[in-house]
Design a protein around this ligand. Structure first.
Ligand code: ADP
Ligand code: MG
Ligand code: ZN
Length: 614
């Protein structure tokens, strides 16, 4: 639309210009009065003329009473001769100043040529406009080659290691890079080879982009940022020209950091087949490799790249001299989470009672980005409620919102539904509270959230990297607690337990096929997961075992579930009064926090039950 109106404007402009040129030669001469020669002579005799300008046969006459006129003389004779012939009085003529002008050649020719040229000019302008249009189209195509890089100047929003919480090992690794960028001479003089490429990897939101910027900020050098997907534009040859462009710019700005975010978009293993032998991507990747190889030893450009899929990267990228430095960014552990929360509560007004450690306890598996988002959600929530500070309650509520979706208090529960949900959740929490070695219950609630009817939040106190078989068995029993409770209390089952059953089945299957935790089948894994590149996730499991083995596996899975179910059922039947108490309190209060739940349970003086390991 914009382009169209622009062309329209130019067309109008051209027409106006032509009209203006015309008016110069034609209308401009027609405006003054035209005098015949005898009129002119009469005016001279009457002393009305002050000046006559002769150019060729044209006479421009200036009248004494401020006016102009034009006339023509005979072409064969001079002016005075002509005037004499018409009977001018010599005395009167003397009072008129005469000026003879050479006829201007250009004007003469134009006057003759323009009418003939005009059609040609119009056609010319027309073609010119068409050409212009074609050219802008081409210009856009060409400008695709210019790399779309963002240069972060370091003055305004400089990010340093201080803004990155945790990630101690990663920082230590990267300090070397920082030091090189600061004092390259020291390294070059001793003959050290400088790392060319540093590959950051870690789950989404673990702070890869943040870390790369922090390195640039620490070293105080320019930082070129380009994302992998920006390279991959479906335009043959453009990908590699962008790379060339980028590296040229970087070399000029050295020492500097070039950061290629999400490099898996280009650096995916070549010829991986599915996903289309993407020619363009390969060219781009090749160009990156060529450029990196072409660096001199003292080129002070360090390439950093980030990915969350190191497994699918082309091995050529990881060769020495390319991305040979690999830095892993892990999901934060509990104290790192606390630190991240601290960083992201800067500038927010927190209530005195806010205990970020408690929040960190409740957020295992959250990435840095999740935690940043959490703090923001809490602040939004506080503002929505017109508070002037963020309370602990706001933050907890946001944790659940981030985990499970917003609370749906408006969902209408029938009385019966509420009762079923209460007994279901009481079942989960009772099993968790009864079994020895179970993680403590942080919260039980029958307020529906997202798609869950109610929920029991059971979290480890400390960060756990290894889980044992007995912990898994406890988890299974807790998962089946809701189902068992519904069955015992109502002698009926609801659909509310279907999600639990799904989770329990998949966990039991993992125990058997992945962790080798089935005694009968022993320390073997079954099934090989094929990664299909274009989707980038597990979509097919190759069956590398026989039909009869499949039967065995199914039997073992079932066995795990049945045992867990029996454990749950036994606990619930024997501690029915506790279950009733929890359920009734839930119906009344809807939500029990950890302290409330624990003081409620304490009265019954329950003895921890060890889980039977089969
Ligand atoms: P990635 O690139 O790994 O997906 P980002 O670097 O974009 O993740 O992180 C997203 C946001 O999460 C950051 O802008 C920052 O606010 C927050 N964040 C992530 N990790 C940390 C951390 N370790 N310390 C502080 N903030 C973090
Ligand atoms: Mg990122
Ligand atoms: Zn449940």
């Amino acid at each position: 639309m914009n382009a169209l109106s622009k062309h329209f404007f130019w067309a109008i402009f051209a027409l106006l210009t032509i009209a203006f040129v015309f008016s110069l030669f034609y209308t401009g001469q027609e405006a003054p009065e035209v005098l015949s020669l005898d009129q002119l002579v009469a005016k001279i005799n009457n002393n009305e003329i002050s000046k006559i300008i002769v150019s060729g046969n044209d006479l421009k006459i200036e009248l004494k009473r401020n006016g102009k006129a034009v006339s023509k003389k005979e072409s064969e004779s001079g002016l005075s001769e002509t005037l004499k012939n018409y009977g001018v009085e010599p005395m009167a003529l003397q009072k008129v100043s005469l000026e003879i002008k050479e006829e201007s050649g250009a004007r003469f020719w134009l006057a003759i040529l323009l009418p003939a040229l005009l059609p040609l000019i119009i056609i010319g302008v027309f073609f010119w406009l068409m050409f212009r249009q074609a050219k802008t189209g081409m210009g856009q195509a060409f400008s695709f080659g210019k790399a779309n890089i963002k240069l972060f100047t370091q003055f305004k929003d400089r990010i340093t290691f201080k803004d990155v919480a945790g990630l101690k090992e990663a920082k230590e690794e990267l300090l070397e890079v920082v030091d090189f960028l600061k004092n390259p001479k020291k390294y070059l003089e001793i003959g050290a080879k400088i790392p060319r490429g540093v590959l950051l990897y870690g789950a989404p939101g673990t702070g890869k982009t943040l870390m790369a910027r922090a390195v640039a900020g620490e070293a105080n050098v320019p930082f070129f940022h380009i994302s992998g997907s920006e390279f991959v534009e479906m335009f043959v040859g453009v990908g590699s020209s962008r790379v060339r462009d980028l590296f040229q710019t970087a070399k000029k700005a050295a020492p500097c950091i070039v950061f290629i975010d999400e490099i898996d978009a280009i650096g995916r293993e070549r010829g991986a087949g599915i996903g289309g032998g993407h020619d363009e991507r390969e060219q781009t990747l090749n160009q990156i490799l060529v450029e990196m190889d072409g660096f001199d030893r003292d080129t002070k450009v360090i390439i950093m790249a980030a990915t969350n899929r190191p497994d699918i990267l082309d091995p050529a990228l990881l060769r020495p001299g390319r991305f040979d430095r690999r830095v892993i960014l892990d999901l934060p552990d509990i104290s790192e989470r606390e630190e991240i929360l601290k960083i992201h509560s800067r500038g927010k007004i927190l209530a005195r009672d806010v205990h970020l450690r408690r929040v960190a306890e409740r957020t295992p598996g959250f990435s840095g980005a999740d935690l940043a988002n959490l703090m923001n959600e809490s602040a939004l929530l506080a503002a929505k409620k017109n508070q002037n500070f963020v309370s602990q309650q706001n933050i907890f509520e946001s944790v659940e919102k981030v985990l499970l979706g917003p609370e749906r208090r408006s969902r209408v529960f029938s009385k019966k539904e509420k009762e079923i949900t209460a007994y279901h959740e009481a079942g989960h929490s009772l099993i968790a509270a009864s079994l020895k070695g179970s993680d403590p219950v942080h919260k039980v609630s029958i307020v529906s959230r997202g798609r869950a009817g109610g929920y029991t939040m059971k979290l480890p106190i400390e960060e756990i990297y290894l889980r044992t078989k007995s912990q898994f068995l406890i988890d299974l029993a807790v998962m089946l607690g809701g189902y068992a409770s519904e069955e015992i209390i109502f002698s009926d089952l609801s659909t509310g337990a279907s999600n639990d059953l799904q989770n329990a089945s998949s966990l039991a299957r993992k125990l058997v096929t992945k962790y080798g935790m089935s005694k009968k089948l022993g320390p073997i894994t079954f099934g090989k997961v094929e990664e299909m590149v274009f989707l980038g996730r597990e979509i097919a499991t190759e069956k590398n075992y026989s039909e009869s083995m499949a039967k065995e596996i199914d039997k073992e899975v079932k066995d795990f579930i049945v045992k867990a179910y029996e454990t749950a059922k036994k606990i619930i039947s024997s501690r029915r009064s506790v279950l009733e108490k929890i359920a009734k309190t839930l119906i009344e209060k809807e939500t029990l926090e950890r302290e409330e739940f624990e003081s409620l349970i304490k009265k019954f003086k329950l003895k921890p039950i060890p889980i039977a390991i089969k």
